[in-house]
Design a protein around this ligand. Sequence first.
Ligand code: TRP
Length: 326
Amino acid sequence: MAAPMLTASVFSSPSADFAADVRSGLTKPGQKELPSKYFYDEVGSALFEVICLLPEYGLSRAGARLLWRHASAIVNRLPEPVVVAELGSGSGTKTRWLLEALARRQPVKYFPIDISRAALSRCQLELGQIPSINIVGFERAYLDGLLEVAALRQPGERILVLFLGSTIGNFDRAAGEEFLGEVRRILHPGDFLLLATDLEKPVSQLLPAYDDPAGVTAAFNRNLLARINRELAADFHLDRFEHVARYDVTERRVEMHLRSTVDQNVHVARAGLRVTFQAGETIWTESSHKFDGDEIVRMGERHGYRCDAQWMDREWTFAQTLFVTV
Ligand code: TRP
C-alpha cells in the first residue's frame, strides 16, 4: 500500500481472534453478546462516519467543537516537547484542530492507534498534510499500541494521550476506570491525557442519536452480522434482526442490541458454530455510558491523574477533560 511521505504503519496480521470472539459471545449462557470493536471494518467505519453527520448524533460534533474552540488553550497547557498518541484515531477529523495548533509550536509526532486498518489509512490521508507532521500509525489494540509508542519515547519527551469520541463510555464503568489505570501505568508523571466523555442528557435527545430515522445506525449495527457473514462464512439473514436502542436509567447508559424477529438458526462456518435464536431474543452489541463532569474528575483522581482543565459543550452536553499524571 502506498503511504504518504513521512508516514509509516505497523500492521497486525488479520485477526484469527474474530472467530473465537464470535463463538464465545454467541454461546454465552443468558444474554448473547458481540464485542463492539468488530463494528469497524471498512463498511462499518464508513457507516460510522455517516452517523457522525446525522443531526440526531450530536456527540462527535460536540467533541470536535470543543477541540476547535479550545485547541490553543489546550496546547498552551502542554509541556514541550510533547508527542501525541491517540487511542482509536478513527478517520482523524476531530484531531486536526489540536494537531494544527501544536504544529504552530513544534514539529509534531503523531501516533494513531487503531485496530481498523481502513481508519488508519484515512487518518493518514486526512492529517498527513499538516506542516511538519510525522505520522506513524499502529494497527493495534489500545494498550499494546501505547506500550509501543512509550518505548519510542526520547529523553525529555512527554506524551499526550488522546482518548476522544467518548470511547471510554463503551466500557462498563468499572472496566473504564481500570483502563484509565492501565494507561497511567504506561505513562510517566507529567504526561497528559485528554479524555472526551459524553454527558447525561434527556432520554428524548439521547435515544434518537442511537436510533436515527434514516436508519443509518441500524445499518451500522446490522453490519456486524454482515461482517460475520463475509469474513466467517455465516448465513445471518439481516432482515431477521432489528436494531434496538434503549436507555438504562440505573446504569446511565444507552444499550444497543440486535433482536431476532423470528425463531431461527444461524451457521457460522469458519467458527464451527451453530446458534439458535428465539423470537425476541437479542444480541447485545454495545453500551454507551453517560457521565457527569465531576464524576470524570474523580475517576481520574482514583487512578493517578489530576484534572488540569475541563471544557464543556452546552449545545450537546459533552466534556473534554485534560488530566496530568501525578
Ligand atoms: N462510540 C460510539 C458511541 O457510543 C459508537 C456508536 C455510535 C454506536 N452509534 C452507535 C455503537 C450505534 C453501536 C450502535 O456513541
